[in-house]
Write a protein that binds this ligand. Structure first.
Ligand code: ADP
Length: 413
């Protein structure tokens, strides 16, 4: 068996993973994927094969207080048993924040890890979990190379005017600026678009990553020009449980008039707002689309309105619009949401093709549409694995650089 790369995406309640077989010229295929979910309540590990069949399962006692080392031990043991002792070549991590310095994937050393830990105040809900997974793997497999892939890196080239916050200058010096997130997804989508429609990819395109977290990215020739998330992943669109952009005066009001603590407001803005907060029903778009409750409709309507409004703003950043790409859970699977967003963009010359949209075709706009609308499934894990391989094996990677930059490096199923 040839060697493999493990990708880890560690969050507060789950660790998602995927395992890729390496070939001489890039990645050959995804061998397995899965997650450890229920962290903090009833942890449960499931590894599946390419067809979705369960390969391995592990359950811990409910309410077991487990650190990342305890959680990752059975995963690494299963991989060793599954692939053989020497087969795991490296681990690639999704790390949410690369700050101002880290503009590309990097091999993790103690010095790099220490530097990334300094960014915890910029992403207190994500960065500690990402780094805990890195440190756990370092303890469990000290000789295994590890690579960090940053969600912010793709947006690193945004112009100063786009990334500046209108606060007193001294705060910019400590890193208060707009960074943008979902960068691994956008990089993957840019590569896919370059492969599928090179002329369009060279133009002005807005990609819509619409999952539980949601954002837009304005790309020109595959480079990020502007994006809706900013200093934190709270900014921009209405999300499953996050509020998106909000008058900062509203935060002051909650603190002053309601006497809420800072952590209570933080919890509200990250976990109780967005689709869940407005509907009072669910953060899950499928549940809301199936509901006849008027509050579900209001939440969906606001979600769509804000996407269309931000597309207007990003079209200004791009100086026009040639293409629109829908991706992630809602963007890939919800024809009604795509149709509703497109209907609000008729002024831009967007014409949705109802039949193609219902069929989830690759192109869902009419031939006469001034803006071509496409649906592209995202794959952040494949992007992480590709970067990890390119960082660790640059000579091999060099011969396949173009391939890995522009294409889905592996077949997903
Ligand atoms: P995450 O950000 O957690 O990776 P996903 O990209 O998986 O999220 O997206 C989750 C969202 O996608 C949920 O709101 C879910 O309801 C929605 N979704 C998934 N399938 C469909 C569907 N067929 N129709 C509408 N929404 C869907």
């Amino acid at each position: 068996m040839s060697r493999a790369i493990l990708t880890l995406n560690a969050g507060s309640s789950s660790i998602k993973f995927a395992l890729y077989e390496m070939a001489a010229k890039g990645l050959r295929r995804r061998l397995s994927h899965g997650q450890i979910e229920g962290i903090g309540s009833a942890p449960h590990l499931v590894a599946r094969d390419a067809a979705g069949a369960i390969l391995s399962e592990h359950r811990w006692a409910a309410d077991a207080k487990l650190d990342h080392e305890a959680l990752l031990t059975p995963l690494l043991a299963w991989i060793t048993a599954h692939l053989g002792e020497e087969s795991l070549a490296a681990v690639g991590h999704r790390v949410v924040h690369g700050g101002e310095h880290w503009d590309r994937p990097v091999r993790l050393t103690p010095a790099v890890i220490a530097d990334l830990a300094k960014l915890i105040p910029l992403a207190p809900l994500h960065q500690p979990h990402d780094l805990a997974a890195v440190e756990a793997v370092a303890r469990l497999r000290p000789r295994l190379p590890q690579v960090a892939c940053f969600d912010t890196a793709f947006h690193h080239g945004m112009a100063p005017t786009v990334s500046r916050l209108a606060l007193p200058r001294e705060f910019a010096a400590e890193g208060m600026r707009r960074y943008g997130f979902h960068g691994l997804s956008y990089e993957y989508l840019a590569g896919q678009l370059r492969e599928q429609a090179p002329a369009l990819a060279a133009g002005r395109v807005i990609a819509a990553h619409l999952g539980n977290g949601a954002s837009l990215c304005a790309m020109h020739d595959g480079h990020s020009i502007d994006t809706t998330m900013g200093f934190t992943a709270l900014d921009g669109l209405v999300m499953g449980t996050r509020c998106g952009n909000l008058d900062p005066g509203a935060v002051l009001y909650l603190l002053q008039e309601h006497g809420l603590s800072v952590s209570a407001v933080e919890h509200m803005l990250y976990n109780e707002s967005g689709l869940l907060g407005v509907s009072g029903i669910s953060n899950d778009m499928r549940t809301l689309l199936d509901s006849s409750d008027p509050h579900a409709y209001e939440a969906i309507d606001l979600f769509v309105f804000r996407i269309a409004r931000e597309i207007g703003a990003l079209t200004s950043s791009l100086g026009g619009l040639d293409g629109l790409v829908f991706s992630a859970g809602i963007g890939e699977h919800s024809a009604p949401i795509r149709a509703a967003v497109c209907a609000r963009l008729a002024w831009l010359g967007v014409e949705c093709d109802g039949d193609a949209n219902t069929r989830h075709a690759t192109v869902v706009s009419m031939p006469s549409s001034r803006v071509q609308v496409r649906v592209i499934p995202t794959d952040e894990e494949a992007m992480i694995a590709t970067h990890t391989m390119n960082v660790l094996y640059p000579v091999t990677a060099r011969s396949t650089q173009e391939e890995s930059r522009v294409s889905s490096p592996v077949s997903r199923r």
